[in-house]
Write a protein that binds this ligand. Structure first.
Ligand SMILES: Cc1cc2nc3c(=O)[nH]c(=O)nc-3n(C[C@H](O)[C@H](O)[C@H](O)COP(=O)(O)OP(=O)(O)OC[C@H]3O[C@@H](n4cnc5c(N)ncnc54)[C@H](O)[C@@H]3O)c2cc1C
Length: 380
């Protein structure tokens, strides 16, 4: 398999890296995190002007129809810059809308041009990473869908203009069947969002739905049949997260290498010690292995071969998750005490790497999912 980026992919990634270096520095990011809603309107416009929001949107809707592999270089660059804008949440939302393209063509167009931001409200207090574990209910009343329940840790939930929400129309709490998706405008009556900052400088929200009434045109896909869509979009999001983590690990390794050359102890740079050179070499291997798995994940991110897709995505989440933990912890240790301080960018890389497994499933979750795939089952 060829893992080199195509000329267009490399060009896009280079352009984006240059823009981020100029417009999205450490200081600006820090101000954004400290601001009231935790995002930067100017940065959002910049991302939109670069065409990044139109990337995954189909060409028939004035997008670029980018593949998972096309998105790899973009997410890697955004990882290096530690972007805190709601890009990933919106792109995942776009991926949902594409499953009901005719009904949501207008909203897809608005998302592509950066006019609206999206977020995916799927997780609940009891569900952890099992997105089929849905307690939120919906019933039909006077021709409207009436939603009741609570979604937790919705990444960029309070910054989004529209939410993609899962609710149960039939079955028991953990049944994959009987789940329906809805696209909910965030200013609708009955919806209450509690916004908070997460450890990595992002934002998330807990969202209450109290008799939220929606017309049938808000339904995404067929009633009760949303699980395969949720599963597919979660896998796509996992692939993008892996690419982002690779970008962060690459940046943090580069930063640490510079530090080892600069920091002097006993009259020489600490990087002159073989013990530290070996540690850096091991971190290099960690990133290269993680990169290979992440690229493989990007290449199957939208595959219709469900078992192969799940298998590859979970394998990538496991290997990238292991690398994220090791690289994050090692670089902090090699920086000494200052690596823990908020003034150092390495501390922020560490925080983002630390939440990697908390977003779309930790290593235990993906090991268990990998083991459930048909090719891992013991023959009867
Ligand atoms: C959470 C936390 C709590 C702390 N609490 C305390 C505390 O209560 N009291 C206290 O005194 N300190 C405390 N510290 C500071 C800590 O002891 C120092 O950060 C640590 O000793 C590293 O020293 P340094 O910062 O000078 O790093 P550096 O000397 O810059 O070392 C950086 C890296 O190089 C390695 N290294 C350095 N010299 C050599 C060498 N000759 N050969 C091989 N490798 C080498 C180190 O092991 C480290 O990995 C704390 C640090 C943290 C992160």
């Amino acid at each position: 398999m060829d893992f080199t980026l195509t000329e267009e992919q490399a060009q896009l990634s280079d352009t984006l890296c240059r823009w981020l270096e100029k417009e999205y520095g450490f200081e600006q990011r820090r101000d954004t995190i400290a601001s009231k809603n935790g995002t930067c309107a100017r940065a959002w416009t910049g991302l939109s002007d670069l065409g990044l929001l139109a990337l995954p949107v189909p060409e028939v809707l004035n997008g670029f129809g980018a593949s998972g592999a096309d998105m790899f270089g973009v997410m890697e660059a955004l990882g290096k810059a530690l972007l805190v804008e709601p890009y990933l949440a919106t792109v995942s939302g776009i991926e949902f809308l594409k499953h009901d393209q005719d009904r949501f063509a207008g909203l897809l167009g608005q998302a592509a041009s950066g006019v609206v931001r999206l977020a995916c409200a799927l997780g609940e207090r009891q569900s952890r990473f099992d997105r089929f574990d849905v307690e939120m209910t919906t019933r039909i009343e006077g021709g409207a869908h009436v939603l009741n329940g609570r979604k937790t840790v919705v990444v960029h939930g309070a910054q989004a203009d529209h939410l993609i929400v899962s609710a149960r129309t039939a079955g028991n709490t953990r049944d994959p069947d009987g789940i329906t998706l809805f696209v909910v405008p965030s200013d609708i009556r009955g919806l209450c969002r509690t916004d908070y900052r997460t450890i990595d400088g992002m934002r998330a929200a807990d969202i209450e739905f109290a008799n939220v009434r929606l017309p049938d045109s808000a339904r995404l896909g067929a009633a009760g049949e949303a699980w395969p869509i949720i599963d597919a979009v979660s896998d796509y999001t996992c692939a993008l997260l892996c690419a982002e983590a690779v970008g962060i690990m690459q940046a943090v390794n580069d930063t640490t290498l510079e530090y080892l050359k600069m920091r002097r102890q006993f009259d020489q740079p600490i990087g002159a010690y073989q013990a530290l050179q070996h540690r850096m070499a091991e971190l290099f291997i960690e990133v290269e292995q993680a990169r290979s798995l992440a690229m493989l994940a990007a290449s199957v991110a939208r595959s219709d071969e469900t078992s192969k897709r799940r298998h590859t995505i979970s394998a990538a989440m496991i290997r990238v998750g292991q690398a994220a933990t090791r690289v994050g912890q090692e670089v902090i240790q090699m920086h000494g005490g200052i690596g823990m301080s908020n003034e150092m960018q390495v501390a922020h890389y560490f925080k983002r790497l630390s939440v990697f497994g908390a977003l779309e499933g930790d290593i235990d979750h993906h090991v268990a999912r990998l083991a459930r795939q048909p090719e891992f089952r013991h023959p009867d």
